[in-house]
Design a protein around this ligand. Structure first.
Ligand code: FNR
Length: 347
């Protein structure tokens, strides 16, 4: 019997159903919980003022990016190895996303074939790219996912050194990669970070190379600094995903809510701005849009749904956040996403 609101209930269910090491992999952050708390508190610190008695004209949460239309601006962030959480895996997530008329980013570390995920979704999906150590190996992966029907590439750049690692159970692998990403072998006396991970990390030159290669929109995920957002724009990328990877990589970063206004001031209107990390409610979605984001992504919350009830759980999470967004719009007197952007948050 469910007595909690849906998201905490699904989180509780996920914790109960998942083996302890998988729950830890899902929830962990680089700050032993502190970074997650910072992320969530960043959105919670922004406040809303009620605006009753407004007439809503054709109210809608419809969102358009790069010519794609969705019923709402709540995208599913790339999350690796989803068969860890439920047998439905990425295919279940994709089907739920389509049923809720939204968009998802399929991880480079997906545990099911990207062709099958897109096929079952019955819509083009976005693909999240991890650098494959060289331009040649990266091009092989890109050609595969573009042939499968990926309609945008989201290049994640904030995790060249992996912290959130898990010993994968038998049968769960990154099936879309020719060679699983791992640390370069090092010899005695060498640094795992400098000689292991960083020798295969991408650079800004690779971003420019990627932009030249691709005919679909390219977004760079994992930026927090204004100068990096400006550089992304100067290279000609179509968007940035302001994110600290859900707090899983660099410890002690500010919340995304804290850095978003600076990035909006620098590149807003010139490229699309998406945000994630710590978004837990439709109110948080509303606040991110009011601060200038074009859309948001959620990570852990939909995985709680996946772990609790498979594809149906993912669909319920998306619908719940959308319901909360609609309620927030009604209570603040705004009819659409453009009007949300004009709302001033209460400091
Ligand atoms: C992630 N994230 C992630 N990001 C990415 O670009 N590629 C990936 O494969 C993964 N894998 C992954 C696994 C797990 C278990 C988690 C929780 C997260 C980061 C993800 O896309 C997103 O940035 C965060 O999850 C957003 O923060 P919240 O919503 O989880 O707080």
């Amino acid at each position: 019997m469910q007595s909690l609101p849906l998201l905490p209930y699904f989180a509780q269910q996920a914790q109960t159903k998942l083996p302890a090491n998988i729950w830890h992999y899902l929830q962990s952050d680089a700050g032993h919980g502190a970074q997650l708390q910072t992320n969530e508190a960043g959105w919670q610190a922004k406040k809303l003022l009620p605006r009753p008695l407004q007439v809503l004209h054709h109210p809608s949460t419809q969102c358009e990016l790069f010519g794609e239309q969705w019923a709402h601006p709540i995208m599913l962030a790339p999350v690796a190895y989803q068969k860890l959480f439920h047998a439905d895996g990425e295919i279940g997530t994709a089907v739920a996303c389509n049923a809720q008329q939204g968009q998802m980013m399929v991880s480079s570390l997906a545990s099911q074939p990207v062709e099958e995920i897109i096929n079952q979704a019955q819509q083009p999906l976005w693909f999240q790219l991890y650098w494959q150590g060289s331009r040649e190996a990266t091009a092989v992966l890109l050609n595969k996912v573009l042939a499968a029907g990926a309609s945008a590439i989201v290049f994640t750049v904030d995790a060249p050194v992996k912290q959130a690692l898990i010993d994968l159970p038998a049968g769960i692998v990154a099936v879309n990669l020719a060679r699983p990403l791992s640390m370069q072998p090092i010899s005695a006396g060498q640094s795992p970070v400098f000689d292991g991970w960083m020798t295969q990390a991408p650079t800004w030159d690779d971003v420019a190379w990627l932009r030249q290669q691709l005919k679909v929109p390219l977004l760079i995920k994992g930026l927090m600094h204004v100068d990096d957002a400006k550089r992304t724009l100067a290279i000609g990328c179509e968007g940035v995903v302001v994110s600290n990877h859900g707090g899983r990589v660099l410890d002690s970063t500010p919340s995304v809510a804290a850095v978003l206004p600076g990035i909006v001031a620098a590149v807003g209107g010139q490229c699309k701005i998406l945000v994630d990390s710590g978004i837990r409610s439709g109110q948080d979605v509303f606040k991110a849009l009011a601060m200038g984001a074009d859309a948001v992504c959620i990570g852990r919350p939909y995985v709680w749904g996946l772990a609790a009830e498979g594809a149906m759980g993912v669909a319920k999470v998306i619908r719940t956040l959308r319901d909360e967004l609609e309620m927030t719009m009604a209570l603040t007197g705004v009819s659409n996403l453009a009007e949300i952007r004009k709302v001033e948050l209460y400091a």
